[in-house]
Design a protein around this ligand. Structure first.
Ligand SMILES: Cc1cc2nc3c(=O)[nH]c(=O)nc-3n(C[C@H](O)[C@H](O)[C@H](O)COP(=O)(O)O)c2cc1C
Length: 235
């Protein structure tokens, strides 16, 4: 079982990364091999809308030779994809929107007599902000991905408004962990395994994952300082 996390934030140890890593670690506990890709590691050119050409030219692989194409390949290979995005004006970040648009080449395989390449893939969403707009952002992503053929498990949207302190908000962290657990369990179910698709409340697991993410991001000292002075939460 292969699950990837797509990080749509420029901050490698920001709130989005914290919750996305937590979700992937939860998925690993369900037997998934996971990888995290930052969308800021290369250029994702904006879609140029080949789909409206008279001859159908929008098909996988996309015509651009850029980092976006690499990410589309990783999506193609994955059983599960967790989209982690900061909330930028009630929406996913621009780079994530570019990637979503570029995924049209996978969905548009239906114009070539094939199923959408998103069909059968399981997706989850994590959105992190400092104020409001999580449901618009998460709702947009699940609606769009479902319209491309992807499967959305229960409790597939987690969000936090705690920005860089998201990892310290137990409820938000538990929700993110559930995104990882339920994406993995839904993949397992599709592969013929018997699983329970219920919300998991597990304080010990939460503490264990938080500790692992902290260790990997090496942000303990910085984060504790931020939690004391909440002024930076404004943007
Ligand atoms: C361009 C821009 C737009 C933003 N718009 C919103 C918003 O609509 N709602 C919100 O809650 N936070 C908004 N924020 C704040 C970020 O979502 C917040 O800083 C978040 O922690 C970023 O995630 P990160 O720490 O993973 O980078 C915005 C930030 C930027 C830079």
């Amino acid at each position: 079982m292969r699950i990837i996390g797509l990080l749509g934030s420029p901050h490698r140890n920001g709130g989005t990364a914290q919750l996305l890593m937590s979700a992937l670690k939860a998925g690993e506990r369900e037997g998934a091999n996971t990888s995290l890709y930052s969308l800021y590691d290369g250029e994702i050119k904006p879609c140029i809308g080949c789909i409206r050409n008279e001859e159908p030219t929008c098909k996988y692989p996309c015509i651009f030779e850029d980092y976006g194409k690499v990410l589309l390949e990783r999506i193609y290979e994955a059983d599960g994809i967790i989209f982690g995005t900061p909330i930028y004006w009630f929406a996913p970040s621009g780079v994530m929107k570019n990637l979503i648009d570029r995924m049209t080449c996978m969905e548009n395989m239906v114009a070539f007599g094939e199923p959408s390449y998103l069909e059968g893939k399981v997706v989850g969403v994590i959105a992190v902000g400092a104020d409001t707009g999580a449901i618009m952002t998460g709702g947009y992503l699940v609606t769009t991905l479902n319209s491309m053929g992807a499967i959305i498990p229960p409790w597939a949207i987690a969000y936090s408004y705690k920005s860089k302190a998201s990892l310290w908000e137990d409820k938000d962290l538990m929700n993110a962990i559930n995104v990882g657990l339920l994406v993995a369990r839904m993949v397992a179910l599709l592969k013929g395994n018997k699983v329970r698709l219920g919300y998991v409340e597990d304080k010990a697991l939460l503490e264990e994952i938080r500790k692992e993410v902290l260790r990997e991001l090496n942000i303990e000292v910085e984060a504790k300082r931020h939690v004391r002075g909440l002024g930076w939460l404004r943007y």
